[in-house]
Design a protein around this ligand. Structure first.
Ligand code: NDP
Ligand code: ZN
Length: 350
């Protein structure tokens, strides 16, 4: 075991504050990683503040981790000391169910182990995420980071990147498709980049007039200000796919009406109840699909990293010292970040 400096929430209402935590002694297939950068995902806030009702404290968030390998267990073959690697939202799964065999570890039938707020399969200890100096992770859940990616900006690919890439690929988004991205935050701005790279015509739906010009700079072909009923009505029956990254309850009906026949509305943001309710007619009358998607499997995450390197795709980031994490959370709650905070973990040494 080794002591590691971290930042944690001790209760749903306490601010993030320093805490020393333990990292396990390496198992034969473990990789020890010195964390260089960690992205700040809205899920970190949900978990720290117990929005989903399942938080176990202390919560050390962070699942967009880039670091350098400092030691390896005797059975590790893919990584060596000094390699730059990534860790995303999961650090283990049962590896024996049909989902795991299909490369869909995120849907493990026995439960994947989250990078934080998860229970280790072997000793039952609580997992702690990337707002920390070091982490120890099973080799099979460590990603290789292509040399050409800027590693500061690549950290958020490990969650925001894969969460948007995976459903676009799964639903076969292709050249000429009309794709709408709902909410332009960390996930949303990556959704714009991947949908464009796949050849789609991309529209951003945002509440924020101030993001209209930037959405276009990031590659969006069109922008709809979602609070403008006329703009929403004009988009009726336009889209093949909507990727919904909005983190809070919102009215789905006006968005569903923007889908063509057989169009799909894919939820990645909202895990709690839909309020107001969806009208059956919003789906039935045009054979529309309402679906959900969670991150991506390990092989697909590696594919996304390689795709990002090939297409020159990275996140737009604001660098952050860990001491300012509480300010960052407040800004994210207001939609005020362009477009992902990334913590320089060197700041933890201050
Ligand atoms: P961000 O805070 O970076 O972005 C969310 C965006 O949603 C905002 O920028 C804003 O865009 C829009 N938004 C925020 N509040 C509202 C509101 N009240 N009404 C309408 N729109 C709103 O969050 P992330 O991108 O990091 O995460 C988005 C969601 O996805 C979170 O709930 C997170 O937990 C979830 N998530 C899901 C994953 C999965 O596997 N399915 C993985 C990772 C995250 P704008 O200003 O343009 O309106
Ligand atoms: Zn995340």
């Amino acid at each position: 075991m080794s002591v590691t400096k971290a930042y944690a929430a001790q209760t749903a209402t306490s601010k993030m504050a320093p805490l020393n935590i333990q990292r396990r002694t390496l198992r034969p297939d473990d990789v020890a990683i010195d964390i260089l950068y960690c992205g700040v995902c809205h899920s970190d806030i949900h978990q720290a503040e117990n929005d989903w009702g399942n938080s176990i404290y202390p919560v050390v968030p962070g699942h967009e981790i880039i670091g350098r390998v400092t030691s390896i267990g005797p059975n590790v073959t893919q990584y060596k000391v000094g390699d730059i690697v990534g860790v995303g939202c999961m650090v283990d799964s049962c590896c024996s169910c049909s989902s795991c065999h299909a490369g869909l570890e995120q849907y493990c039938e026995n439960g994947m182990v989250g990078t934080y707020n998860g229970k280790d399969y072997y000793d039952g200890t609580l997992t702690s995420g990337g707002y920390s100096e070091h982490i120890v992770v099973r080799e099979a859940f460590v990603l290789s980071i292509p040399d050409t990616l800027d590693i500061k900006a690549a950290a958020p690919l490990l969650c925001a990147g894969i969460t948007t890439y995976s459903p676009l690929k799964h639903y076969g988004v292709k050249a000429g498709d009309k794709v709408g991205i709902l909410g332009m935050g960390g996930l949303g701005h990556m959704g714009v980049k991947y949908a464009k790279a796949l050849g789609a015509e991309v529209t951003v739906f945002t509440r924020s007039q101030s993001k209209v010009a930037e959405a276009k700079l990031l590659g969006a072909d069109h922008v709809i200000v979602s609070t403008d009923a006329d703009q929403m009505a004009a988009a009726t029956l336009t889209f093949n796919f909507l990727l919904d990254t909005i983190p809070v309850a919102h009215d789905f009906n006006p968005y569903l009406n923007c889908l063509k026949v057989d169009g799909a509305h894919i939820i990645v943001g909202l895990v709690t109840g839909i309020d107001p309710p969806i009208w059956g007619a919003s789906l039935i009358t045009k054979r529309r699909i309402l679906a959900g998607s969670m991150i991506g499997g390990i092989a697909e995450t590696q594919e996304m990293l390689n795709f990002s390197a090939e297409h020159g795709i990275n996140c737009e980031v604001e660098m952050l010292d860990i001491q300012n994490i509480n300010v960052a959370y407040e800004r994210m709650k207001k939609g005020d970040v362009k477009y992902r905070f990334v913590i320089d973990m060197n700041s933890l040494k201050k």
